[in-house]
Structures are given as C-alpha cells and as structure tokens.
Design a protein around this ligand. Structure first.
Ligand code: GLN
Length: 547
C-alpha cells in the first residue's frame, strides 16, 4: 500500500511545483523508498498532444504511447522511473471516461454529477498501481482557486478523508514576494492561499515557500502560526543555478525529513545522495564549452524543446563540458544562404516538428552540416529533413519532399521520399491509420524496437545492436528510396525489426552525422546521459578543438 503525497500550488503559477515534486521523488529514492509520480491537469484537452508547443511546451511521450505533460519528463529525469499513460490525467480524460460510461449505461439511470461521478473517476486514477510503490506523488496542475481545478481538490480531499489516518499528506507551494522598498519578505499571499485551501477542506502539512531571499526565523514562525503548519515544515525553496541542484538544495532545507516526519516514519532511513553529488560535480566542474545550434521552429519558447535542452546538458555532463545552446529560427534562412546563420557552431541539432514552415531552412542546415563536416543530430523531423537533403542534393531526386507538406498545402508538389504511414506493426499487432482519423493520439507513438547495423556508427554509440526508443510521428522515410540513397552514401543504420521502417540514417564518411526517427532525448537522465547525446557532445568537443 502506497502513501500519498499531494502537491498543490498557490499565489502564482510557474513556482516549480513539477521540479519540487521530482526532487522530492529523488530524495525519497535516496532514502531507499520506491516512488511513482503523477500529474493531474485541470485543462479540458484529453491530452496535451494537440496543444501548440508555443503555448504549452513540449509533449512528453511515454513508453506505452501516451502524449503527456512535460512535467512527466522532469519526473523521469529525476527518478529514472519510466512514466506511464496512467501518470497523466486531465479533466478532458476524466470527463471523456465519465461520459463514455454514461453512454454505456454504467450508471444505471442516475443523474451524472461532478460529485460523486467525476470525483470518483479522479480517485480511481489516483489509486492506479498503488500496490507497486512506497510513495505515490500526485501533483495538481494550476493554482488553488482556479475554477477548473476544483473537482481535483475535492477529489483529493475525499481521498485523504477515506484513507486510514497518516496515509496521505498535502504539500503546498507558495511564493514569498520581496518588497525592496521596505526590505521585507511578505507572507500575506501565502496566508491567503492557505486560507483558500482551508475553505475547500484542505490543510497543508508542508509548505514549500519560494523566495529570492533567505527566510528569517521570525517570518517562518509567522507562517507556521498563521497557516497552521509546524515550523520545521515550512521549507524554503531558493533560486538555483541549475535544476539538478534541486534534490541537494531541498535536502539541505529539510524537505525529505519534513515529509517523513509528517508521515510519522521514524527513525528515518539515512539518505544516500552520492548520485546527486556526482551530478552536481559534473555540472559545475567543467573543462571547456561547446556551442550547439538548435535549428527549429518553436524557438521563442524554450520549453518547446525541454527534453532536448536537458539531454544536451546531460551530454555535456558526460564529457564534463558546458553546452551553450543557441536557438536558431530555421524560417529565417528558408530562402537565403544558411551559412551566415550557422557558421561558428560546433554542432547542429535539428529537432522534431510538425508542418512545412521552416523546413526548407532545416534542409539547408542538414546540407551545411554535411558539406562542412559539422556534427549533426537530426531528431524525427530532423532526420526526415536530412534524408530529403540527401535525396535532393546527392541522390538526384530533385523534387524530394515529404507528403506531410503536400497534405498541408492540398496539392502535390514533392516526390514523397517521406510518406504518410498508414499501417505498421507494434509488437504482434498491426496498426492502421487513415488520413481522416481524429488528430489526437493517431501517430506512431511510444516505444518501438529497432535493429542496428553491425559496424555502423550508431551501433558503436549504443554498444548494442538492439535498442528501443520512443516515437511520435505520422510520416516515415520510404524504403523505396533506400537503394539510391545508400548508393549516394547515406547508410540506413537502424531499421524496425521487420525491416520496413527506417529508424536511423548516418553518413558513413562524415565525422558525425546521424538522423533518428525517434526521440532519444526523452530517455536521457542527468545520472545516465543518453549515449547519442553523450557522443554528439563529444563530437562537438572535437570540432571545437579543430577551430
Ligand atoms: N511531422 C513529422 C511526422 O509526423 C515529424 C514529427 C516529429 O518530429 N515529432 O512524421
């Protein structure tokens, strides 16, 4: 039976609830406990799959093929526990389930209401898999007081009430704003947000207070008194130089101790924080730096490529170098020479993306990297662009392109080197898709096996010939073009086990040029950098030594 930790936020959004949850998960692991983290999102989308990365940041994909909130990426990076579809729950998903049950007649003629039908559905999700771990951490998106969030707050109130005493605690994150004029940290917003929680029947056991300045003892006492929380359970969260410092910082401030106290776990097992000391050491004791260009479309919002940014940091840690990332908007050189925009970088990464906008620029970036011998990592769309570039400029297929762009434009302009995938095999099952299918969740999603070519660069990088990685795409490189492309020198270094779907391509005679149809960034961790990112950064270091 798991113990449950509910994590809520107040005062303002973006306080770093996801990070606090992930760091707490890591600290509980360091004390020998098993954990699972879960995100409850009040928005009405069934999943974030159809939300724009501009607005919501990256979509994180799980092994079992769910498109989820990017906070699940944090959870995985900090705990190494692979997230599952059931770890991401939105109002849209909850209501869809309730309404489907209503249509099936499962509720036997009852009037369907938020309480109990919606709240029961939420409670059922919260409890999924509780027998498997010591602690289940459930973060509630948004801030207390949001209309949309109410059913979730009510559900955790009921859940905690129904469970035996001592099985659930509530941790609330707030902000202590600093008034420079009076030189004071203000506690009133925190008091108000706790009041708001109390008005819906919830009382926090632990308060995590974000603050830009040290919290004086006096303020801590005041918060404890007014918010009905023990003083030692008022935990400070200061700004950090890196998110990977969070487990050590929260431990210093006593978060994990407060949590174990709140559950009455005594004596508390001693933590082993070696992993996080090593991570911090690799991050801070670096020797040199490299400059990497990410040539993409969603460059205004860094969260749109969250996992890639993190995986590059991990790659830097593997090599003890600092990785400076520059966001380069591909659209800018759609119609002009790419060189002035790309010269000077030690490596180029073209990430995933959807739609035609900016793709001519990405194709030029692939060409620039190939011709200049600059390390190139193409991820998903970035691989497709590399293949189109090879087809156009080396294999003589002058009008090579992707069917995705013709579908979007409603007319045929390209020779479809990358085509719409309508049927594939997952495990022992055949999956079929039509162009007219609903948009959400209709891609090749989740973990798939791939077989690597003996002697290829990637086989060396992975140190294995059998891998599995996570996918999220509709289109696929057509094997019809394999022969001419291989003759041109582009090696198909990884294929699906049935040999039908190209998974990895590489230029054999290039210092480091790899395109992958999947998203390796989703599986990289600070304490276990993904081999592709570790080797990509190593190649960038080599390039930096040449110039
Ligand atoms: N748009 C491309 C496809 O659907 C690539 C998707 C991606 O990069 N994730 O195949």
């Amino acid at each position: 039976m798991a113990r449950f930790i509910f994590i809520t936020g107040g005062v303002v959004s973006s306080l770093g609830k996801g990070l606090a949850s992930a760091a707490l998960g890591a600290l509980l692991q360091a004390r020998g406990f098993t954990v699972r983290l879960r995100k409850l999102d009040p928005y009405l989308n069934v999943d974030p799959g159809t939300m724009s990365p501009f607005e919501h940041g990256e979509v994180f994909v799980t092994d079992d093929g769910a498109e989820t909130d990017l906070d699940l990426g944090h959870y995985e990076r900090f705990t190494g526990v692979a997230a599952r579809a059931t770890d991401s729950i939105s109002s849209g998903r909850i209501y869809t389930n309730v309404l489907e049950k209503e249509r099936r007649g499962d509720y036997l003629g009852k009037t369907i209401q938020v309480i109990p039908h919606v709240t029961n559905e939420i409670k059922d999700w919260i409890a999924i898999g509780e027998d498997e771990v010591d602690f289940m951490l459930c973060e509630i998106g948004g801030t207390v007081g949001d209309i949309e969030g109410l059913p979730f707050f009510e559900a955790i109130r009921q859940f905690s009430h129904e469970r035996p005493k001592g099985e659930c605690i509530l941790m609330h994150l707030t902000l202590l704003p600093y008034l420079a004029a009076s030189g004071e940290l203000k506690t009133k917003p925190t008091q108000h947000s706790v009041k708001e929680l109390q008005s819906i029947g919830l009382a926090p056991d632990i308060l995590v207070c974000r603050s830009e300045h040290p919290i004086p003892e006096r303020e801590r006492e005041k918060i404890a008194l007014f918010c009905n929380v023990r003083k030692e359970h008022v935990v400070a969260a200061y700004d950090l130089s890196s998110i990977y410092e969070a487990p050590l910082a929260y431990h210093r401030e006593g978060l994990d101790q407060a949590v174990l106290d709140a559950f009455g776990i005594s004596p508390a097992p001693k933590p082993n924080l070696d992993r996080w000391h090593d991570v911090f050491d690799r991050l801070t004791n670096t020797d040199g730096e490299v400059n990497v260009a990410i040539v993409g479309k969603y460059t205004q919002l860094e969260d749109a490529y969250k996992s890639i940014k993190e995986a590059l940091t991990h790659g830097g840690m593997a090599n003890r170098v600092k990785v400076n990332v520059s966001w380069v908007d591909a659209e800018v050189f759609d119609r002009e020479d790419a060189a002035p925009h790309l010269e000077g970088y030690h490596a180029i990464l073209v990430p995933g993306g959807f739609g035609e906008r900016g793709t001519e620029g990405k194709i030029k970036a692939a060409q620039f990297a190939r011709e200049r011998g600059i390390p190139y990592l193409g991820i998903c769309l970035g691989m497709q662009m590399a293949v189109i570039e090879a087809a156009r400029n080396v294999a003589g297929v002058a009008t090579a392109g992707s069917e995705e762009f013709d579908h979007e434009a409603g007319k045929k302009r390209f020779e479809p080197v990358v085509y719409h995938l309508k049927e594939w095999v997952q495990g022992n099952q055949k999956v079929k898709r039509k162009k007219t299918d609903a948009k959400g969740g209709t891609m090749r999603l989740g973990a798939y096996d791939a077989v690597l070519k003996k002697g290829s660069r990637v086989a060396g990088v992975y140190g294995s010939l059998a891998i599995d990685e996570r996918h999220r795409h509709r289109y696929e490189v057509d094997t019809k073009y394999r022969e001419p492309l291989e003759e041109a020198g582009l090696c198909f270094a990884g294929m699906s086990p049935d040999g039908k779907l190209p998974e990895i391509v590489e230029w054999a005679d290039h210092p480091w040029f790899i395109g992958v149809q999947f998203h390796p960034e989703l599986k990289s961790k600070p304490f276990d950098p993904h081999p592709l990112f570790a080797d990509f950064v190593r190649a960038a270091v080599e390039t930096s030594r040449l110039v």
